[in-house]
Design a binder for this molecule. Sequence first.
Ligand code: IPM
Ligand code: MN
Length: 349
Amino acid sequence: MYRIAVIPGDGTGPEVVNEGLKIIEASAKKYNFKYEATIFDFGGERYLKTAKTLEDKDIEELKKYSAIYLGAIGHPDIKPGILETGILLKLRFSLDQYINLRPIKLYNADFCPLKDKKPEDIDFVVVRENSEGLYKGMGEFKDKGTKDEVAIQISYNTRKGVERCIRYAFEYARQRNKRKKLTLCGKTNVLTYAWDLWERTFNEVARDYPDIATDYAHVDATTMWFVKNPEWFDVIVTDNMFGDIITDLGAMIQGGMGIAAGGNINPHGVSMFEPIGGSAPKYTGKNVINPLAAICAAGMMLENLGEVKAGKAVEDAVIKVVKSKLKSLAAGKMGYSTTEVGDLVVKNL
Ligand code: IPM
Ligand code: MN
């Protein structure tokens, strides 16, 4: 019996999560597993009413669940940063979800903005470090508000934090069993402390994985190759900030935010799965947002819980719908409503 904590969150979050839950229900029937979904109201509306984001007792409660399924966090009436750090990053950090796993896979060449790229050309995974780096929130102002003001933002990288992420990426490349290639994406030519540590650790850990080919790319060059030669990549490992940036580009080459899913993974604890796009306030309540990213996130969650067949079946059903039904992956242009797309995936499952 899986206990799933559901946080629909803000904007279109609840709409896409509803479709994901439909697919989980259909998977449970087909693959014979039992689950129980509990809804939590963390998000912008609750913050406006109570001034509360996420408290330590909420984290303790969430630790009792098998996984967390999240819609979106972000509210137009709330200053940027409050909900992001108070809810999303707090969840990632306090549950020690130190891996952000973001698959970049093109399902239908018609939806790729790159010329002449086919599904077999765009099929890789970004392993983003999810607990340190610039996201650690370390730094300070000096002489704030004066003309001599200095703002310092620190990238905090521990050997242990870097190593556990790199090891995860090597293991992932091994079990993914595609090209058995792992690329370290960094900036060794400029950020000479952080990326020195990352590179040394990468090279040391690589010795334990002689079956995995290794490669290095600077982050700026990585963005160039995402556009020019995405077929070069199998698994990429990178830090928190670079991972954030390159996975938005990755989402675009796989067809857009409407299809991009991610998992915040604690391999020994509670993981959280989410569509990587935001709360899309302008589409809220219109039944036009693409639910496929949230559905793919549900599939990743099932796979992570151990329902590997169900997870794969969800992805296959999504592929069928993307290939044979949808006119576009963009909100309002799919040729179907949010709920209809959910129903199509259920039918194909
Ligand atoms: C993401 C988002 C978040 C991040 C924001 C909302 C804090 O952009 O999941 O990629 O920067 O990690
Ligand atoms: Mn992002």
